[in-house]
Design a protein around this ligand. Structure first.
Ligand SMILES: NC(=O)c1ccc[n+]([C@@H]2O[C@H](COP(=O)([O-])OP(=O)(O)OC[C@H]3O[C@@H](n4cnc5c(N)ncnc54)[C@H](OP(=O)(O)O)[C@@H]3O)[C@@H](O)[C@H]2O)c1
Length: 291
């Protein structure tokens, strides 16, 4: 498995397993165990996904030494808003029960003051050695710039929505310039009702045929060659296995550009600028993800 090196020297596998909406206990544990068997060494979770216990259990059961597996988790916006980042981190750590978390992220930007306050807590946790790296998710350039004004430790990574029809060129260039690793979520177009169109895209289908690979493999390889950490989610064995088989071929420069040219700024999820409005407009019931 190819690895990238974060700005604090920590190594991170470039392809990992996403786990959003993987909550069925048997299916999820089986998926994680199978992924580890196939060679995955990075798993993406979050307090919000409500599956940290299952992931921790699968990791412990796998028998693979803890230090060989890279686990990312994230603190949800309610904890950031309420100033409960430390409590939420401790709760994630307890649920995972794997000793430490490799990478801990602020899940979405909330507001300048809350973001900075939350970042200061992540810095403390990092200094205490409870996480190997700290970073962000869904932060745009302006959010990162605001944070950098006050930060002592530079974020290691920013995980954002990114797929061939939403290539995120601005944040890609910005992160490169700042020495912050970019990560792609919903790399295959996600799990929304309007997802799935990339699998029918004629250009991607043609490339899949040309390289003798699936559309998913073409997309994941495109991320890898752009140097982006990518976390496709699946709970199906054949897909889990195939999604990591992307290191035995190389897309030509021309084909890389062709894929990037599919960009239509087609965001499928919330714009981070509107996220808190969206979140606050949802009914209160079942919204507490803090602990
Ligand atoms: N930081 C954030 O705010 C944020 C937001 C969203 C997601 N994420 C993270 O990013 C991960 C990936 O994003 P995502 O789950 O939204 O979407 P995704 O990985 O782009 O797509 C997952 C969907 O594609 C299907 N799929 C997977 N491999 C396939 C293949 N080879 N062929 C056909 N279909 C395939 C999956 O179905 P099956 O599972 O049924 O196989 C699932 O429905 C998440 O799981 C989560 O860990 C982070």
């Amino acid at each position: 498995m190819k690895k990238i090196i974060l700005n604090n020297g920590v190594e991170m596998p470039i392809v990992g397993l996403g786990s959003y909406k993987a909550t069925n206990p048997e299916e999820t544990k089986e998926a994680i165990l199978y992924a580890l068997e196939c060679g995955y060494r990075m798993i993406d979770t979050a307090a919000y996904y409500r599956n940290e216990e299952l992931i921790g259990e699968a990791i412990r059961e796998s028998g693979i030494p803890r230090e060989e597996i890279f686990v990312t988790s994230k603190v949800w916006v309610d904890a950031i808003e309420k100033g409960k980042v430390r409590e939420s981190f401790e709760a994630s750590l307890k649920r995972l029960d794997i000793g430490y978390i490799d990478l801990f992220l602020l899940h979405w930007p909330v507001n300048r003051e809350a973001n900075i306050k939350a970042w200061k807590v992540l810095e403390e946790i990092y200094k205490e050695g409870k996480v190997r790296a700290i970073g962000l998710s869904n932060y745009k350039e302006k959010h990162i710039n605001e944070l950098l004004e006050e930060a002592e430790i530079k974020p290691a990574l920013d995980q954002v929505e990114l797929h061939p029809d939403f290539t995120q060129n601005e944040i890609y260039e910005f992160c490169k310039e700042k020495g912050i690793q970019l990560g792609a979520w919903s790399p295959l177009g996600g799990q929304k009702p309007n997802s799935g169109s990339l699998f029918k895209d004629p250009t991607l289908l043609k490339l899949a045929e040309k390289y003798g690979k699936s559309v998913a493999q073409i997309i994941i390889r495109w991320d890898v060659q752009r140097g982006i950490v990518v976390i496709p989610k699946s709970v199906h064995k054949e897909r889990i296995k195939a999604n990591i088989e992307v290191f035995d071929f190389e897309l030509s420069g021309e084909d890389m550009e062709l894929i990037s040219s599919l960009n239509e700024n087609n965001r499928i999820d919330q714009d981070p600028d509107n996220f808190m409005n969206y979140w606050n407009s949802k009914p209160e019931e079942g919204k507490n993800y803090t602990v």
